[in-house]
Ligand binder design. Structure first.
Ligand code: SF4
Length: 375
């Protein structure tokens, strides 16, 4: 039964007059609530939008009670503490819209829109808003990349690059493909889950052919968190793009109440493998303001990752359990008999740190490197 909770606040403007706040009724998982615009802004509440396709998919998947947390707002978002830039994206932005954190990789923000909005998104500062972090000038981006021969791949992200028309993506490629040292163009997308029909666009094979004929590899990084998100249409479209020599990888986020279960994640990765998508990263949830309630303690995360590995064959267990931290991408390895959490830098700004194992004293309930003391 829905419960109504009114959290309406009267705002006082600069001259001291009480003005009526803009209010709206928002349907949270816990029930309907009246919220003010100020309150939504102050808590960086992500817009609520779900495609019809995805809603039907998760409803008919048999996993709705878990999958609803991905896209349906929760009152927990109003109380979840954290930061809006957990990985230092601002500090690594080299020209508007382009981040250069790791030597070989450029991260290009091409849009602030997604087909549906994930409640746990670590870019909630950007998505569904008119963000000034989106690249306004691809010629300038290409000029930077052209001057950095160590950058061998570019990841188009956002938001979801497949929110842009194929013609717009082609225009971005006009700038990127002539750069001789770029070896691959990667697209980070959850569109295959939210609206797989997008990949039936008759113009897309030509776009991927262009990438191939320019001597580069086209890679799509899908974002399936749960086997219940992998629809028949998603599978069909992935198989058809594989025939156009597009490589597929998958990244998942470990999410409380959604997929914190080795049985589910094992089945998700096995299904990915079966349809030609290589499981790549299992991300530890980040301490994002409005989304830190999705975090799973590191000890539990390690148990889940071990449970997943026990369920998969050698060729299926191609994922790393990763914390994408301000200091770099950290592989979470194990808690030793000495009570320390052992980790290794998978990526770091300083190449000499990559592969280095380090440890911190483990603290029960810790979910992030910053929850662990030095020493
Ligand atoms: S699809 Fe990706 S960028 Fe978009 S809301 Fe979900 S996690 Fe965020």
């Amino acid at each position: 039964m829905k419960r109504a909770r009114t959290i309406q606040i009267n705002a006082i403007d600069a001259v001291g007059e009480v003005r009526q706040p803009h209010t709206a009724v928002m349907n949270f998982i816990e029930g309907a609530c009246v919220v003010t615009e100020e309150e939504l802004q102050a808590n960086s509440i992500t817009p609520h939008h779900v495609t019809k396709f995805y809603r039907e998919q998760i409803t008919s998947s048999g996993h709705y009670e878990h999958l609803k947390y991905i896209v349906e707002p929760s009152l927990a978002e109003l109380e979840s503490t954290g930061s809006l830039d957990t990985s230092g994206e601002h500090d690594n932005t080299v020209v508007p819209g382009l981040q250069h954190k790791y030597q070989q990789t450029g991260l290009l923000l091409v849009t602030d829109r997604c087909a549906s909005y994930c409640r746990y998104c670590f870019r909630k500062r950007i998505i569904g808003r008119d963000s000034d972090e989106i690249a306004p000038d691809f010629a300038r981006v290409a000029q930077y990349i052209g001057g950095h021969p160590e950058m061998t791949n570019v990841l188009l992200s956002g938001g979801d690059p497949f929110m842009l028309s194929t013609a717009k993506l082609d225009k971005i490629l006009d700038h990127l493909l002539p750069i001789p040292h770029l070896e691959s163009v990667r697209f980070g997308t959850k569109m295959v889950a939210f609206e797989p029909k997008r990949f039936e666009d008759a113009a897309l094979p030509a776009l991927f052919r262009r990438i191939r004929e320019a001597g580069k590899t086209a890679v799509i990084v899908t974002h399936f968190d749960h086997i219940g998100e992998i629809s028949v249409a998603a599978e069909r479209n992935i198989r058809s793009l594989c025939a156009h020599e597009v490589q597929f990888l998958n990244q998942s986020v470990l999410l409380a109440k959604v997929n914190d279960d080795p049985e589910i994640l094992g089945a998700t990765f096995a299904k990915c493998h079966q349809i030609g998508v290589r499981p790549y990263y299992l991300f530890q949830g980040r301490p994002v303001k409005g989304a830190s309630h999705f975090q799973v303690p590191l000890r539990y995360g390690l148990e889940i990752a071990r449970g997943v590995n026990r369920r998969l064959s050698g060729i299926q267990k191609t994922f790393k359990y990763i914390m994408s931290h301000y200091t770099g991408k950290i592989e979470i390895l194990d808690i030793g008999a000495d009570g320390r959490l052992y980790m290794r830098y998978h990526q770091n700004k300083s190449p000499e740190k990559i592969g280095k194992i380090f440890s911190r004293p483990h603290v029960e309930g810790a979910c992030w490197l910053d929850d662990l003391p030095d020493g």
